[in-house]
Design a protein around this ligand. Structure first.
Ligand SMILES: *[C@@H]1O[C@H](CO)[C@@H](O)[C@H](O)[C@H]1NC(C)=O
Length: 273
């Protein structure tokens, strides 16, 4: 099945109001929470989601995120991103709060350039840029795929997305890819399935389907079930907590309704941060 960029535009949902809405939608229930977001003049056109409560000496890995519909509104998946950040990751989102227009893969690359340059210094002294995950929802997932050959990127997160062309690329993926999909009614379902199946043996891959369709649960309190599994993914794949990984590979995710398959996860090695 093919789908077009304009079809992915269906994933665009707008959010209306600021601080109050964030509170109502949850600010993340993780051990580093609550989370918040801010912009920084050093990296125009982007938004940082970060935990507020970072213990002395703790380090944060990095995730770069592309929004659904490649929308430049960085609050598009806000509740979900707060939840992930509160579990101990700095997220750099392409786009600004309630910003208009579109993002592209080059903006995600600029976020990687920025944080690899700044990590370990000043305001960014607790950032560990040696472990960067590129991820995104729908059209934003395609932006994340665009970073897979960047040496600075360790793994990829595909949320209701898949390659829109050049499908054979997936046959050469050498980095772990995690697919979080919305089941058969998700417009990206066929693309995600195909990419997962094309990936070569030896490369770690994991795929879960939750039958909620393309829109996911990003807007539910703390990101709903996508927030729950995303938090465990952050702890495991970005922070090296293998106990958290058992949620994705064991009964936890299945009990929550995810249909899971995986391969070669024994080759996924992340040192605890
Ligand atoms: C590892 O993850 C589990 C499950 O989420 C959590 O309960 C535990 O506190 C985490 N351990 C560390 C060291 O972060």
């Amino acid at each position: 099945m093919k789908f077009s960029l304009s079809a992915l535009g269906l994933a665009a949902l707008s959010t209306a109001s600021p601080v109050l809405e964030t509170r109502q939608n949850g600010e993340g229930n993780g051990p580093f929470g609550p989370a918040h977001y801010y912009t920084n003049g050093g990296l125009n056109g982007h938004t940082f989601f970060a935990p507020r409560n970072i213990p002395q000496g703790a380090k944060l890995p990095v995730m770069v995120w592309g929004n659904g519909a490649c929308s430049a509104d960085s609050l598009g998946q806000g509740p979900f991103l707060h939840q992930l950040a509160s579990h101990g990751v700095l997220i750099i989102v392409s786009g600004t709060p309630r910003g208009g227009g579109s993002t592209n893969a080059d903006m995600m690359r600029r976020a990687i350039d920025f944080i690899t340059r700044e990590a370990g210094r000043g305001q960014w002294s607790n950032i560990d840029a040696s472990r960067i995950t590129a991820a995104g929802f729908s059209c934003g997932g395609v932006e994340a795929y665009g970073q897979i050959n960047d040496n600075r990127v360790s793994s990829i997160g595909i949320w209701s997305s898949g390659l829109l062309g050049g499908y054979d690329q997936a046959r050469n993926f050498r980095k772990p890819v995690f697919f979080f999909m919305g089941g058969p009614s998700d417009i990206a379902y066929g693309n995600g399935e195909r990419d997962y199946n094309y990936m070569p043996g030896g490369t770690p891959k994991w795929k879960g389907n939750l039958n909620v369709g393309h829109g996911g649960t990003y807007h539910e309190y703390n990101g709903g079930k996508f927030g729950t599994i995303g938090a465990r993914w952050v702890e495991w794949v970005m922070r090296g907590n293998s106990t958290a990984g058992q949620y994705l590979t064991g009964e936890g995710a299945r009990r929550d309704g995810w249909q899971v398959v995986s391969q070669d996860l024994q080759n996924l090695r992340v040192n605890p941060i």
